[in-house]
Structure formats: C-alpha cells, structure tokens
Design a binder for this molecule. Structure first.
Ligand code: NAP
Length: 244
C-alpha cells in the first residue's frame, strides 16, 4: 500500500509517525514547495516524486493536507490522476467539500479532531469509500460517521459553532467576575459540576479566542452563512461579541 501526500506539513509528518507498518510506504513531492517543507520531507526519509501528478498516479491513497485555501485547487489539479482513494483532511466548509467531490472519484471527507500532535487525535471519516480506510484504525483511532460525503464537514462546523459560542460566553462571564473580584471563585464553583480540568481548559479557550478573535469571528460568520435557514440566535450573539 502506498500513501501519497499533497502537502507535507505537521499533519502529514505526524501521520507518518503514527502509521508504522511494513506494508505501507509513503510518497510526496517537493514540487514548488518552501525550504521548510523540503527540509521536513528530507527528515522524514520518504519517497519523493518529481511532481504531484506522479504522486497522485502511483498512490493507493492520496491524502490532501495543505491548507483550506489550496484544497480545491489541489483537487482540480491532481484529482483526475488518482485511481485510489482521495482523503481530504483540510479544515474546509461543507460547500468546499462538495466542490472537491466533483473533481475526485473515490472521495472521503475527513477531519482530525484534536491537534494532530496531541496524545490522542481521532480521525473522522465520511463517504462510501471510508470503509477502505478503516485499516488506519490500527495506527490512529479512526471512526466512520456515514456514507455521506459532507457529514464530517457539517459536524466540524457544528463543533466549531459550539466551542466558539461557549468561548464568547466564558469571556463575558469571566470579565464580569473580574470586575467583582470573583474570578477564581467563579471557576471554583463551575469546576464542581463541569469537572476538575474546567478552569485550565476554559482559560486556554478564552486566551486562544481573544488572541485570534478576528479569525474566530470570520469562522463564525462562515457558520452563520452555511446554516442560514436554521435558528442561530446564540451563534449570532457570539459573532457580535467576537467582532467587537
Ligand atoms: N495541524 C493540525 O493539528 C490540523 C488538524 C486538523 C486539520 N488540519 C488541516 O490540515 C491541513 C494541513 O495542516 P498542517 O498543520 O499540516 O499545515 P502546515 O504545517 O502549514 O503545512 C501545510 C503544507 O501544505 C503545503 N502546501 C500548501 N499549499 C500547497 C499546494 N498547493 N500544493 C502542495 N502543497 C501545498 C505546504 O507547503 P509550503 O511550505 O511550500 O507552503 C506545507 O507543506 C490544513 O488545511 C489544516 O487546516 C490541521
């Protein structure tokens, strides 16, 4: 089995470290890539083809892990050469997922939940061909959601709408608590019902949201546009707060 990568960043490198099997070999290309990526490829000691077209033609499984902006272009350029399965792991919307599916035959919509270098990342898959990727479960916990391409992308959006809206609420409550000099006490009493790790996780979520508020509000806007027919009262309030 040959796994080919289009995009060789943190995700691809970590997958190689996780998938340790004599039956699997890896290939990518340095075509047009930055010195950082070329060095990463060199360190990983995997096969290197001259072009991504060649990678797409020889691999049994193609993994597209480059960037949300490149995902469609990569599928358009190389999808036609892929005879095996095409797994997209980019952080993309359901609309982008459906667009990619038009350029690829055996398409699987995937997401890594949790950072790829975290202790226990989980790979979610949807699409009929997902069954043929369940061998990955031996190396990284892998769960198939359904036969429908796009289901993983929709779940990703719902997860993101929940976590970002919750973060906006946490920011609001903690700022008021701060004013009353009751911030520690607030997290103490919340931890009684929400669990011991609640304080640490909330503070990390608050900092992350405040440091990336522009990107987070753009992501919320994308969610609002995608689910425009649904009741999004809470998400819209979070969007307003993070846009301030
Ligand atoms: N990191 C995570 O934990 C995580 C989790 C879930 C999902 N994701 C998603 O997975 C994707 C990859 O993430 P990452 O963390 O591995 O990113 P990264 O470390 O920034 O690496 C991106 C890689 O893609 C390459 N690339 C960009 N455009 C390309 C193109 N048109 N053709 C071929 N290669 C291209 C880059 O090469 P250059 O250096 O030459 O630009 C680089 O090697 C992103 O869409 C991200 O949203 C990441």
């Amino acid at each position: 089995m040959i796994i080919g990568f289009i995009g060789f960043g943190k995700v691809s490198q970590n997958l190689i470290n996780l998938i340790k099997s004599e039956d699997v070999s890896f290939i990518t290309s340095a075509e047009g890539r930055s010195p950082k990526t070329i060095e990463r490829i060199r360190e990983s000691e995997i096969d290197v083809a001259d072009t991504f077209e060649e990678v797409a033609s020889v691999a049994d499984v193609i993994i597209s892990a480059n960037s949300p902006k490149s995902a469609v272009e990569v599928a358009k350029n190389y999808g036609k050469y892929v005879e095996g399965i095409y797994l997209d792991l980019n952080n993309i919307s359901p609309d982008t997922t459906f667009e990619i599916a038009e350029h690829v035959n055996d398409f699987v919509d995937g997401a890594i939940i949790g950072k790829i270098d975290s202790a226990h990342p989980i790979l979610y898959l949807s699409g009929e061909s997902s069954d043929r990727l369940m061998f990955l479960n031996e190396f990284i916990e892998t769960r198939k959601i359904s036969d429908n391409v796009g289901d993983v992308a929709i779940l990703k959006l719902l997860r993101s709408s929940y976590t970002k809206t919750l973060s906006a609420l946490l920011i609001e409550s903690s700022q008021i608590a701060e004013e009353y000099k009751l911030c520690n006490e607030l997290f103490d009493i919340l931890s009684l019902t929400e669990g011991d790790e609640f304080r640490e996780k909330s503070l990390s979520r608050i900092n992350n949201t405040l440091n990336n508020s522009k990107r987070k509000s753009e992501e919320l806007e994308e969610i609002i546009n995608y689910f425009e027919g649904n009741d999004l009262t809470m998400v819209k309030a979070a969007f307003k707060k993070l846009s301030q």
